[in-house]
Write a protein that binds this ligand. Structure first.
Ligand SMILES: [Zn+2]
Length: 253
């Protein structure tokens, strides 16, 4: 006997009426009345189709809701609903990077080379894979950190950001670091590496200029190392081969 999954109320009503007037075991389809064992193949296919369509609608609705939550986390400016606004190499990177593993992504290159949009595409991939995400503009993070430090809550901020499954720190080095913000960033990246959590970063500065933003070279090197090729996929939008991101070379593999 065929078992049709029945979800819609019309079908349920039809069945109960049929059961009431004819009984169910009379060798006819409960939906159309053709000769069949309970449900004929035609009606069974139709019910299955309807159920699948309902499931797909529900799925789309959930997806919209989820993307709404994503939209709450990143600036409107970067929410490229139009796929045309995302450079093709960003999709390549987003597909190459695995949101389930520990490696982050570092995108460097000149300003206006779509770094942030690419990074957000990657973040979106993590989000759609069910990961919690956070986005911080490096400048905002510095302000937030300073404010928390004044109020004595900076270690709480550090703990929070160290635990976020996927974190994006955008536009690193856009403002000179303070000693406190340097220490904070180092502790943040170190803490995330120790927890096997990936960090995505963007910067418009090539490594030498990036290091020059720090109060001393030692801490600059320490921060750069933790978002460098040992732990992150490296993408330089200034070079021609951005569709082949460099895989991480973690010493702990
Ligand atoms: Zn039928």
């Amino acid at each position: 006997m065929k078992q049709a999954a029945i979800l819609n109320p019309e079908a349920a009503k039809a069945i109960s009426e049929t059961v009431a007037t004819q009984g169910i075991n009379k060798g006819i389809c409960v939906y159309c009345g053709d000769p069949a064992d309970l449900v004929c193949d035609h009606c069974d296919a139709q019910v299955t189709r309807r159920n699948e369509a309902a499931k797909a609608r529900e799925q789309r609705e959930k997806e919209r809701q989820r993307l709404g939550w994503f939209a709450d986390k990143v600036p409107d400016l970067y929410l490229a609903t139009d796929e045309m606004l995302v450079p093709h190499w960003a999709r390549t990177i987003a597909e190459t990077w695995n949101p389930q593993d520990r490696y982050g992504v570092t995108i460097s290159g000149p300003s206006n080379s779509w770094k942030t949009r690419a990074a957000i595409k990657i973040l979106e991939r993590a989000f759609l894979a069910g990961k919690q995400i956070e986005f911080r503009q490096a400048g905002d993070l510095r302000r937030e950190m300073n404010r928390m430090a004044r109020e004595g809550g900076d270690s709480e901020l550090l703990r929070e950001l160290c635990a976020v499954p996927v974190l994006l720190v955008d536009d690193m080095g856009n403002q000179a670091f303070t000693e406190a913000s340097e220490e904070f960033l180092l502790a943040l990246f170190e803490g995330r590496i120790n927890r096997f959590l990936p960090t995505i970063t963007t910067t418009q500065f090539p490594s030498d200029e990036f290091l020059a933003k720090f109060s001393n070279r030692r801490i600059g090197m320490a921060v750069a190392k933790r978002i460098g090729p040992e732990y992150n996929w490296m993408i330089n939008t200034a070079t021609g081969n951005i569709t082949e991101p460099q895989p991480p070379k973690s010493p702990h593999q």
